[in-house]
Design a protein around this ligand. Sequence first.
Ligand code: NAP
Length: 251
Amino acid sequence: MADFTGKVALVTGAGLGIGQASALAFAAAGARVAVVDIDGPAAARTVEMVEEQGADALLIEADVTSSADVERMIAVTVESLGGLDFAHNNVGNLGTRALIHEYPEDVFESVTRVTQVSMFLCMKYELRHMVQQGAGAIVNTSSVAGVIGLPGESAYVAAKHAVIGLTKTAALEYSDHGIRINAVCPGVIRTPMTEFFLDGDPEAERAAVARHPMGRLGEPAEIADAVVWLCSEEASFVTGHPLVVDGGHLL
Ligand code: NAP
């Protein structure tokens, strides 16, 4: 098990789902955690859960598509928690389902901003700090949609492929600064976002489960465990890697 005693982790989109599980997993490993979300009350609930585990948490309400917010989120984390050792950049947006010739251009641009540009902004300001300290580990949330095409999801698929491209490029740019940068590619995970899209429809749920040879959806904690491992010393020779955690979906 990773020992992050004395370390500081920052998680974006930490108000619910995978990000919340990641914040809890970093805390369980001993880290102090910056809990970032655009939804302040959701982030506050995660902060409470982290504190119930006996760890320190800092609530930061921020929009990761805003350069000013991202710069502030890093400054506040370093000032209040004493540093930044690990970052899990986790915000993404599915957008809508439509074929390309009917896909609304404004939605395409908004999915790109939330899912792809946010990763660039987060890494830009995280890396400024990590380069100075000469160490760090970053994990960016991609998806199985970052590895394969999915009809009707062009904006999301393009942005999640871009997350892997950004991750590989960043890994090359910062390996000699002692910084490792990886991606995690979840299959369908049982989060509030997934419940929203399944909309209580048992047929949609059966179809989603059927795509996973393990015969079930993933749990947020199973992605969080992969994120913590990628940040840990156990993964000290792993960088630029898109780690697929998908119950066999892509096989
Ligand atoms: P999610 O529904 O994507 O949301 C997580 C949190 O992020 C929410 O609290 C959300 O607030 C917040 N958020 C949205 N936009 C933000 C912004 N601009 N700045 C800061 N916070 C923002 O949660 P999830 O299902 O756990 O997904 C997390 C990540 O995993 C995403 O990148 C997603 O694409 C990826 N992923 C998920 C699955 C899955 O099956 N769930 C599979 C593969 C990959 P609001 O609720 O107010 O929007």
